[in-house]
Design a protein around this ligand. Sequence first.
Ligand code: NAD
Length: 471
Amino acid sequence: MVKICCIGAGYVGGPTMAVIALKCPSIEVVVVDISVARIAAWNSEQLPIYEPGLEDVVKQCRGRNLFFSTEVEKHISEADIVFVSVNTPTKTQGLGAGKAANLTYWESAARMIADVSKSDKIVVEKSTVPVKTAEAIEKILNHNSNGINFQILSNPEFLAEGTAIQDLFKPDRVLIGGRETPEGQKAIKALRDVYANWVPEDRIIATNLWSAELSKLAANAILAQRISSINAMSALCEATGADVTEVAYAVSKDSRIGPKFLNASVGFGGSCFQKDILNLVYICECNGLPEVANYWKQVIKINDYQKTRFVNRVVASMFNTVSGKKIAILGFAFKKDTGDTRETPAIDVCKGLLGDKANISIYDPQVTEEQIQRDLSMNKFDWDHPIHLQPMSPTAVKEVTVTWDAYQAANGAHGICILTEWDEFKALDYQKIYDNMQKPAFIYDGRNIMDVEKLRKIGFIVYSIGKPLDA
Ligand code: NAD
């Protein structure tokens, strides 16, 4: 029986391994993590992450051929294939601070693999890493091993949170990069055989190691670039009277462009887009390509600008101040169908409003009060000027209440900001909400999900991203 061990039981490691276990009943899959709490949650009824369909998959294979454990060394040593799916956040100090990937977790995983391995292994980079990381990892593995053959593969993950299970069941492609040596090609074949249990052969792409590592950064950079492109257009639409939805539709009809990732919004979030672009910027700078670095930097700058623009619009429309006014925030997760708040635009929007002394009341169906308080009390890391951290006044966070109901959040509010595109926000009784708000009552739709005409008929003053403004 082939044994797989995955180091890192997070948003990627957990769902990815659950699907491998489901589709490959003859493979034993053990997901290990240093976080005792996370492993306990994976072994409980309350999984540590919310992802549609995940619970069902886990329930089908947990205890059969899917296991979650904190015995990291034991399961690494027993595995034939070791996936590494640890976090690779942006460095916050030292060389490359604000841009480079922090590979500390990866390095410690690699050292552990080298230290405990007693048999040949395929080591798979599942985390998103800078191009050429495999070279450094090989050095660690080969230096510490005694005659053990390690083959390193890059197999970046392209799932999107909120649709992870669906993405894993039917991936657009599975990318496997490896060395061009016979051993490298044999390792690629072994991993290909795992995926071939459910992924059509023509969707499994084999490349060299560096192409695979770089492709993941390139894919995220290009996706984020589309969002920043349409968001940049949304600013121009507001200035000129054009409607960004109409522009996006017209543009999307060009078959070379297509419709996906052209929704204007308050900005992109999530743990990956900004981090991976910064990583790309750093790699460009290190390779003497400052113009290319500047090009990608602009994608993040437009994203920051979009959040600032949104806050400014709220404040300006409310007679130039939100001081002492209640603003309801509907949605805090960075997108619908996830409870993940990493880099969510809601953090910057809330901080911007708190900076003008608003009282904010937040509702999100999947985000806890603890997460919100943590996110809002953390210093904002300024990637462009990593030396100067912007501290958050601890008193500001006291102006935040978290509710478990959208009506409660909006009760008595002067305005509502919709920051996540949860379907349930479209189905609320807005007449009831309007009746219980201060007048004039404002809605700022940061995701362009609302029926604006319906809201205007009720009496709301509505601001949608990239749309003509209310008089
Ligand atoms: P995560 O923070 O949710 O999970 C990482 C886990 O690794 C944590 O639980 C942590 O405790 C564990 N860990 C760290 N060091 C360890 C060690 N030495 N031994 C054992 N466990 C260790 O991160 P994530 O969102 O799952 O992302 C993981 C990687 O996948 C990142 O590189 C990310 O960029 C990439 N990725 C993420 C997504 C996404 O949507 N979240 C999508 C594609 C790729």
